[in-house]
Write a protein that binds this ligand. Structure first.
Ligand code: COA
Length: 161
């Protein structure tokens, strides 16, 4: 049985993330979504509970997907959950540069390989940072954020402005 982990900060999850989740869920028997607690992005707008609840909502129809948070290193959590592969999405050359060192370090630490999926063309311009920026200004987010969580994302963004 092939089990993969898709890690991220997901502040908030976007349609780009969901696209990678759906495609990975079709490739593996089981997909774990791991929300990193000690990622470099410590000042998230959405709490860990909110991000996990968003992820659970948008993956409700995918029976082989489950969502967790993890402290510490990704590779330790991946090993604890017996995942063979780490999945990441690549949007552009900057992602590629960043992901190269991450995957090499993760492999050196654990032997776990990283599988990269190119983000679909229509989602390449999305980033959680841009979603927060435009949401705070009251723009509609339906084109960027899954419909199930759109209202909650917008109302929180309005609260923090
Ligand atoms: N479509 C559109 N946008 C996407 C995307 C996709 N498919 N996939 C990622 N993105 C965007 C996100 O919106 C986000 O945008 P932002 O930078 O504006 O916030 C950005 O790409 C990356 O965010 P995300 O996918 O949430 O992941 P991350 O890079 O924040 O995740 C961890 C980082 C959690 C994987 C990493 O910090 C980690 O492994 N932490 C644990 C500690 C550890 O092991 N460190 C050592 C590693 S060697």
């Amino acid at each position: 049985m092939k089990k993969a982990i898709y890690p991220g900060t997901f502040d908030p999850p976007t349609l780009g993330h969901l696209n990678i989740i759906e495609r990975s869920a079709a490739l593996f028997d089981e997909l774990i979504i791991g929300v990193g607690i000690s990622s470099k992005k410590e000042n998230t707008i959405f709490t860990l509970e909110e991000r996990l609840s968003f992820l659970k909502k948008i993956t409700k129809s995918l029976p082989n997907v489950s969502c967790f948070s993890f402290p510490g290193l990704l590779v330790d959590f991946a090993q604890e959950k017996e995942c063979d592969i780490i999945v990441r999405g690549i949007r552009n050359i900057l992602d590629f540069e960043y992901e190269t060192t991450q995957s090499q370090m993760n492999k050196a630490l654990s032997g776990i390989e990283t599988l990269y999926l190119f983000v679909d063309e229509r989602f390449r311009m999305i980033s959680s940072t841009l979603v927060k920026e435009i949401g705070k200004e009251g723009k509609k987010l339906e084109t960027f954020v899954p419909s199930e969580i759109c209202d909650k994302v917008l109302s929180k963004l309005h609260l923090v402005t």
